[in-house]
Design a protein around this ligand. Structure first.
Ligand SMILES: [Zn+2]
Ligand SMILES: [Zn+2]
Length: 749
């Protein structure tokens, strides 16, 4: 068994653990880091998350808190998700109202103490007490080793007995315990938290001392807390007004022992914001199902002193309009840290303005150190690895056999104890590789953006034998061109450092909808060529979560008859912008200023040997020659590959068609992809293009048919150009084209 904590060794939030056995893998939790947005947080580098990989057997979600499942909407939907059935229903109910929708297609229901076997793994979930409902710890058995993952837990909630029972009869022979430590650094060793039942009395007191309506701001998914509040309501003789979202969540659990619509004094209110969601998503039947218990704004004022109402900041206007805030109190029932954030300043001001007193009434969802110790002592692991904590370094002060790990590091549960065995050289070797991976990842990711550096439009992920470039935003044509040229550059860089044996280059692109754009097609053709030209590397393209089958050599070069090109030559004319160096140079080579009939390509002598003494040959020269293939019709909607204008098309001194891309003072690496685009266009549609050119009497072009010469010209090339060029170069292989580099002003010594 090998383990990698992708995130969580030094933070609370974003937990993700990958476990491998016999080349199969499972993942425990796929959380969103705290204070992060789903849209700008990439998935951890787990093979199978983005492109299908059958060795990834499933993802276990310990409980429905964002820091444990929040990145799940980005997962491939085929991946089996192991989750408690009530947890799943809560997420589904909630996603009707909140934007982070989960949509699991393939779930495996987990049950308390019921083992599930998946490949080499036996997984046994243990229901735990936590502020999320249906939360589990997990025993993972594989290769004769036993790992226990605590998930998030406590012993002072409404299911506190679960911890008592667990420590009385813990699973035995635990090799490694991954234990959460949320409370380390926040509270003292002997601090205790109030239990939910103690909290109940505090709520009751506040209800009794409030003349108007107590408003309670708590999570609609903290079921223990909702039970506490409902019970306090019953004792105080007040009715409980839940917003529709919370009512929906409570109902979804399908546990008749939990308060829900239909219970005495349980009312349902539909705030304006939730109403807009109902209208937008047409959830009218859902809204109607709460009709018998609804309470409307005009009733609230009258019943305020007999009610307790759940509150969220977005309900301020609702409440003002209902005119029900006289002598109200706000009870804040979440972690105090949130309230101090800047985003809640308007709320704090609002409370002042309305003279609404604020009362804090909360208990933690996590175990204090004393309960963490009970769990650790009961399991007595050979190795305890801290997770879900901002203070892993404090663990050794409180627990035995603590081994600290880093994010992204692969390790074995017994590594610390097998070092004594001289035969076991694998562990240190793995550590070497892992530290190299970490180092390289850090190095590359610290050098993105800015001139000449790694383009910032991609995430770069380095694994033991594969690199991945993932577009982190929508990319345009030049973004696509960076993808393959910089992918090759990264491959070469790592290869030349000799630390890892990278075998695969993976590109991940996501476009809106399922549209396959001309840029996607051009990219696929380039990568197909790279694959054909570099047999010892595996190239993979994943588009909108689908692995794209690359073209074979035959498919790439022998295009179907239905693919057509422009069969006319309309010149783009002489309307160049003469003040641009590159354009002026192009105009000079084209013969701008000379009469049309004298426009021959003898000025190309400046490009060296292949264009030597052309004067007598009088070959014509074309400027801004359009490329672009179409399906059946020449129209925008039938475009297969983008239309690009090649700087110069002519013949060289041997009589071969020559395709020339000119640059001056512009050393971009992606010019490599650009010249390959042109080369593939001319090679794939050579017969048609040569026909068009040969049949034009003005051009004096009768190109030889067996090869097309592609020249990329510059006075200075990107520092990585030569490294990258060798993978694109046709070398001694016989394709229908060759690519050459021409350095202007070259002064070789
Ligand atoms: Zn949690
Ligand atoms: Zn958590």
């Amino acid at each position: 068994m090998r383990v990698c904590i992708h995130r969580g060794t030094h933070e609370i939030g974003g937990t993700c653990i990958e476990i491998e056995s016999q080349s199969k893998r499972i993942v425990l939790d796929i959380g969103l880091p705290l204070e992060s947005e789903l849209s700008d947080t990439p998935l951890p580098p787990v093979s199978g998350f983005r492109g299908f990989d059958s060795s990834l057997l499933g993802v276990f979600i310990s409980h429905p808190h964002l820091d444990h499942y929040g990145l799940a909407p980005k997962l491939l939907q085929e991946i089996p998700v192991l989750i408690g059935s009530a947890a799943l229903r809560i997420l589904e109910a909630a996603s009707q109202f909140i934007p982070s929708e989960v949509n699991f297609k393939n779930t495996i229901e987990i049950k308390d103490k019921t083992p599930i076997t998946i490949g080499p793994f036996t997984l046994t979930p243990y229901l735990v007490d936590h502020s999320a409902y249906d939360a589990y710890g997990l025993l993972v058995e594989a290769d004769g080793q036993r790992l226990f993952y605590s998930g998030d837990f406590r012993g002072h909630g409404r299911k506190g007995k679960l911890l008592d029972r667990f420590v009385a009869q813990p699973p035995k022979d635990i090799d490694v315990l991954l234990m959460e430590g949320s409370t380390l650094g926040r509270f003292g060793v002997d601090d205790k938290y109030p239990s939910e039942s103690e909290l109940e009395s505090k709520f009751l007191e506040t209800f009794d001392s409030t003349k108007g309506m107590p408003l309670i701001w708590c999570s609609g998914q903290n079921i223990d807390r909702l039970v506490t509040i409902y019970r306090a309501c019953r004792h105080s003789g007040r009715q409980f007004i839940a917003d529709m979202y919370t009512a929906c969540v409570l109902q979804s659990i399908e546990n008749q022992r939990l308060p829900q619509p239909g219970w005495t004094g349980f009312r349902v209110y539909l705030p304006w914001l939730q109403k807009q969601t109902i209208i937008r998503k047409e959830l009218f039947a859902l809204a109607k199902s709460f009709a018998p218990w609804r309470i409307y704004p005009e009733q609230i004022k009258k019943e305020a002193n007999k009610s307790v109402m759940l509150f969220r900041p977005s309900m301020r206007t609702d409440l003002e309009k209902a005119d029900c805030l006289e002598d109200a109190t706000l009870i804040y029932s979440m972690w105090s840290g949130y309230l101090e954030r800047d985003q809640y300043r308007p709320l704090r001001d609002w409370l002042d303005e309305k003279s609404i007193p604020l009362v804090h009434c909360h208990t933690s969802g996590h175990a204090p150190i004393s309960d963490l110790k009970r769990l650790a002592n009961a399991l007595a692991p050979k190795m305890l690895v801290p997770i879900h904590s901002f203070e892993p370094a404090q663990f050794p002060d409180h627990f035995a056999n603590v081994v600290l790990k880093d994010d992204g590091q692969w390790w074995e549960p017994i590594a610390a104890f097998s070092m004594a065995n001289p035969d076991n050289i694998e562990a240190p070797m793995n550590d070497d590789i892992n530290s190299s991976i970490r180092e390289l990842n850090k190095d590359i990711n610290s050098k993105t953006g800015g001139g000449g550096k790694w383009p910032s439009s991609f995430d770069y992920i380095i694994e033991a034998d594969r690199i991945t470039l993932q577009a982190n935003k929508r990319i345009d044509k030049s973004g696509y061109r960076c993808l393959d040229s910089w992918g090759i550059a990264l491959f070469h860089e790592i290869k030349s450092k000799g630390k890892l044996d990278i075998k695969e280059i993976q590109f991940i692109i996501n476009s809106n909808g399922d549209v396959w754009s001309p840029n996607d097609e051009a990219f696929k053709r380039r990568v197909s060529y790279l694959q054909i030209n570099n047999e010892d590397i595996v190239f993979k393209v994943v588009h909108n979560n689908q692995v794209i089958n690359l073209y074979s050599q035959k498919e790439l070069f022998e295009r179907p008859k239905t693919e057509i090109i422009r069969d006319f030559l309309n010149s783009r004319g002489d309307d160049d912008k003469g003040h641009l160096l590159e354009k002026s140079f192009q105009a000079f080579l084209f013969g701008k200023g000379l009469k049309t009939e004298t426009r021959t390509n003898d000025r190309l002598a400046i490009l060296g040997e292949d264009f030597f003494q052309l004067k007598k040959k009088q070959y014509g020269v074309l400027r801004e020659f359009p490329t672009g293939a179409f399906l059946n019709n020449i129209s925008r909607s039938d475009q297969l590959t983008p239309t690009e204008f090649v700087d110069i098309v002519t013949l060289n001194r041997f009589g071969y068609l020559s395709v020339i891309e000119l640059k001056l003072d512009d050393p971009k690496l992606e010019v490599m992809s650009q010249i390959l685009d042109y080369a593939l266009y001319f090679a794939c549609y050579a017969d048609k293009i040569l026909d068009v050119l040969s049949n034009n009497p003005d051009l004096n072009m009768k190109p030889l048919k067996d090869k097309i010469m592609c020249y990329v010209v510059n006075n200075r090339f990107h520092a990585r150009f030569d490294d990258v060029f060798q993978y694109y170069s046709t070398k001694e292989k016989s394709y229908k084209f060759q690519i050459f580099k021409v350095v202007l002003g070259d002064t070789k010594e």
